[in-house]
Structure formats: structure tokens, C-alpha cells
Design a protein around this ligand. Sequence first.
Ligand code: PMP
Length: 435
Amino acid sequence: MSTIEHTRTDSDLPARALRAIPGGVNSGQRRVSGLEQTIVTATDGATFTDGEGRTYVDFHSAFGPPLLGHNDPDVDRAVAETSKRLDLMGVAVTPVEVELAEEVIDAIPSVEQVILTSTGSEATFHALRLARAVTGRRHVIKFQGCYHGWHDAVSTNIISAADKLGQKDPVSDGILPEVLDATIVCQFNDLASVEAALEQHDVAAIIVEPIPHNIGAVLPRPGFHAGLRELATRHGALLVFDEVITGFRHAVGGWQTIEQITPDLTTLGKAMANGYPVAALGGRADLLGELSSNPGGRVFFAGTYNGHPAMAAAALATIRKLRSEPVHEHVFALGKRIRSELTALYARLGVPVVVSGYGSVFVTYFQDGPVDHYGDLLRNDAELFVGYRQELLREGVFELPLNLKRSCVSYAHTDAHVDRLLTATEAAVTRALAR
Ligand code: PMP
């Protein structure tokens, strides 16, 4: 039996967290104003419970992984059963890693080989190192508003202030300027900005979130990704689709199967293992073969926890469930209903909004359209965006109260949860407007 009583309400816990952990939380994005006293004690399907015993309908979904819902019994069973007989060995390979790699290759047409990491950041890091090594080139292109993890080359120009648009905007101190000199920031949905960069610099890779979900849901214009594919090929750069969010969530084969684009490299994570730490780098076999896991591979690749058998089992169980049950049908229907009823709600309230999203993902920007790139989102009323989400908490509905964050539904959400979201949103927005 566990000696830790996770569900105990302990009013001292936030203070203890602050003493023991910098800021009291384990990731910068978890330090959210108004939630300093919140302790999450339990998760279950579409809900979570806090230290006061209050239960919320969860539309944040941990930034996206639990597409099947929290504590999915099939995934959890696979983890428990594998853990009983197979622990991390750190040498050779286990059957479940092979089965998972084959499953991913089968699911995503552009993926000829795949290698596992624990986090999406590692996957994008290795994608860019690999791209630089095989092309012998220096620069990478990313897009303003896209997030690809915490490593230096991509830690710039995510949610920039208006006066930083068009300039280098590192998210952190401690990043060498010369690292960011090799990162070129282009504008999403603007092929001309990409073409100009490719003409001026020796570009190893273009890395892109197919839908920039780290700023909500900015949809690609028709032809944008096909244009990136064409430009990358013409200029000898690799196209990296960062499908850490879109992979498995929008289609088992990722966004690339929806638009029929073939990237050279693909990064995966989040919904791949329903919340367990599994991510992956997949793509052309001639490129993956340059990783040092392959004899003669000249690109160093390692990770103590890569392919952890219980985590690989979680991913395998998740992907098999996504393929065998009507998960996408369910979450797409709920997502569509949410977007259309939110649009009607705000029209009735007379509040100008752009309700965006795709499939299971939704977000309301408080502004007029169009929304084609990050710069357009500077018109969003950030105070109202955060304010109504703070009010939602009082209704027992959770959307992360941080500017531009997306929300989503899982297989565990029902129409009744959506009913609650819609009723709560009306009350919350009305109160936020009156503040
Ligand atoms: N790429 C994208 C598109 C992401 O959204 C994220 C995480 N939000 C990452 C990479 C990094 O993944 P991780 O947090 O697992 O390192």
C-alpha cells in the first residue's frame, strides 16, 4: 500500500511546495496567477479534483496528452502489466519497443523509421541536430508563435510582445546569441517570408507546427504546407513537421495525412501515450540511419529512458485504442459542437470573437478576424481571455487561465460535459465583462 495519501487535503501543501520547489511547480507554464494555492489530488476521465475536494471538468487536459481521458483503464493496464515483468534495462531492445515502432511506421506514411525519446523537446532537438549534420548547413527556420520545446535553438519568438515582433526574442536568459543567430523566424502562412530566408541563408531545416497550437489554433491557409514542402525541396532544406500536438490527436497519421504532405522528419509526443512520457522522432530511413544508434551513424543520440518498456506499452495501447475505437469521431463531434455553439453564444452576447480550432481543439480569441499568424493575435483582448477563464473556475470548469492557450476534449468527455462548458462560459464571460 502507498504510504503517501494523495487525496488528503493538506492546507500547508502550497507553502511546502513553495519552500521545496522553485515557484512551487515543476514547469514554468504551471505557475498560473490565481492557481498558486491549487493542489491537484486526483484525475479521472474528463475531470480532476483539487485539495479542497472540488471537482472540475477539465478542458485543459495537461496541454494535450490524455486524448483518451485521464487514467484510461486500457493504457494504465498495459503499463501495470508490463511493469510487472519488464523493467528498464538500458541495453539492447525489448519486444514492446519493436512493436511500437512498427505501429508508428504503419500509422504515419512518411515515417520509415522511428526512434523514441521521453519528451517532445528531445525529439525536436535531435531533429534539428540531425538536419544540420546531414545537410552540412547552419540555419533553421521556425515560425513566430510556434513552440518546439525548451532547447536553445527554438527558444525564441513564441509569445512575443508587440515591440519584439520581427526581432530576436529569446524566451530566456542564458541562451548564447550566436545560437539564435542561426535561427531565422518567419511568419506562419507567409511563404514569401520563407522563400526570402531560404534565398539568403544556408538553411538545414524548416520546423513547423502544422497548426500553431501553442498560440491557440492558427489554421494553415490552403497551400501553405504544400508550399513549404516545395520550397524546402527546391532549396535543399529538410522539412520537419513538429506533430507533438497534432500527431494522433487530429488523425492517427497526424496532420500530414490530412493534407497529404510528406515531411522529411516528424516529431511526435503528447497524445501518443495518453500522458505517459513518450515522444518520438520519425522520418526517412536514410536520415534516421545517421543517428548513432545505427553503426556508422555520425549524429550522437542517447537517452537513459528512451523506449522504457512500460512507457512504450502505454504508447502501444494508446495508438491501438485510437485505431480500434471511434475516438476521433467522438472528439471531433464534441469539438464541432463546442465551436459552433460558442460562436452562437458570443453572437447572442454581442461580443466580437474568433472561435477557432480543429477536431478536438477549441479556442476563443476576443478580437476580429482574420487570424493567419501570431501578429494577428496581438489584437486579442488578453484580459478578457484570461478573465473569463478565471471566472470559469468558479463554475467548476477548467480552461487554463493563460493568454492564447488552447482547450480540448477527450474521449472521456460527453455532451453533458459540453453542456456544462457552454452554460458556465455564458456566466463566466458575463461576469468577466462586468469586472
Ligand atoms: N513541440 C510542440 C508542438 C509542443 O507543443 C511541445 C510541448 N508543448 C513540444 C514540442 C515540447 O514537448 P515536451 O514538453 O514534451 O518537451
